[in-house]
Design a protein around this ligand. Structure first.
Ligand SMILES: [Zn+2]
Length: 108
């Protein structure tokens, strides 16, 4: 048993559980329906944890979850503007600061 995802929002944890189940990875949520006492349930530190049943599924589960958390829109690393040396996100074709075109970008 390994924790692969912990979040204070049970809805989100439940969503990721269904994602893993779709992928055929046996998993469960610890905490949500546990036999915790009322006192610990009130704790602000309490968060449900998504766990995989088999330790060997941990890496695969984490890979699947990180794919879900990082949509494909966020691609490569930032590039550095040759004009003003600002870091510009990969999805930008020109500098957000000074408008310099991204080096190496083909104009078609
Ligand atoms: Zn710039």
């Amino acid at each position: 048993m390994k924790e692969v995802f912990v979040h204070p929002d049970p809805t989100r944890v439940g969503f990721y559980q269904s994602v893993l189940e779709e992928a055929g990875i046996p998993c469960f949520i610890r905490g949500e329906f546990g036999s915790t006492s009322l006192a610990s349930r009130k704790s602000t530190f309490f968060s449900p944890a998504l766990c995989v049943l088999h330790d060997e599924d941990e890496e695969r589960a984490k890979a699947i979850l990180s794919e879900r958390q990082n949509p494909p829109l966020a691609q490569g690393p930032d590039w550095s503007c040759p004009g003003c040396h600002e870091a510009v996100p990969d999805s930008f074709g020109s500098c957000w600061n000074c408008g310099t075109l991204r080096p190496g970008l083909k104009e078609e």
